[in-house]
Design a protein around this ligand. Sequence first.
Ligand code: NAD
Length: 253
Amino acid sequence: MSQTTQKVAIVTGAARGIGGATALRLAQDGYAVAALDLREASCVDTVATITEVGGRALAVGADVSDAEQVQTAVERVATELGAPSVLVNNAGITRDNLLFKMSEQDWDAVMGVHLRGAFLMSKACQSHMTAAGWGRIVNLSSTAALGNRGQVNYSAAKAGLQGFTKTLAIELGKFGVTANAIAPGFIATEMTAKTAERLGMSFDDFKASAAAKIPVARVGAPDDIANAVSFFASEAAGFVSGQVLYVAGGPRT
Ligand code: NAD
């Protein structure tokens, strides 16, 4: 596809996990992909994988909670790859603790990456999307939005992202831009591996105990989420907006 007609997607938190799989999937769908993460160097593997399958990709370093870095990163993507028309707000962190032990820093850090990050990235990208009259924003929520012990900060941020998504859908719809959220259940990534570590369990035991409670009897893989992103980003999903899709191996609503 020629550089001028190829659509451009930005995936945040694309160095690994769900973001890495999503970046590759969107490249396979025909997008030029900006793989954005805290450090540019950490996106080298994602970019190499995309290039190996014949795709076009750019590694971008930025902290999504920093307005200046976000602005610079989005401008760089627009210059080097083209105006972004798909944004996947995937970057995320956990800072788990029970409410009575949770520090203000852990509350603010989680709000900063998930909510402030999605806000800043969406604000920086929307001008490109509305100018083109076409855009797709996909936000990563979580089943934790429904409540999860030890995650008062994370569940509040993930529930907040659902309201954010619905409002984006209402405001941007007339410009050809849709916004949807995906709420994954248990996905095997470094994030869940770290949770196992914090709980003093092996990752295999943690996955097995999670799978025992999941109707499809397995934990999720990053590709399970990348597939859902691929649908929301597609032309075919143009009449789907403001929705939250639980991708959790069973109903979680
Ligand atoms: P992960 O920890 O494997 O990857 C997250 C990536 O985000 C990392 O590469 C990290 O460097 C990056 N990141 C963190 N803070 C950043 C910042 N300020 N700026 C830019 N990049 C930053 O996590 P994952 O499991 O792949 O999760 C991806 C998303 O899916 C997150 O939003 C997470 O909350 C959500 N999610 C994950 C699960 C799960 O079970 N793994 C379930 C529900 C939702």
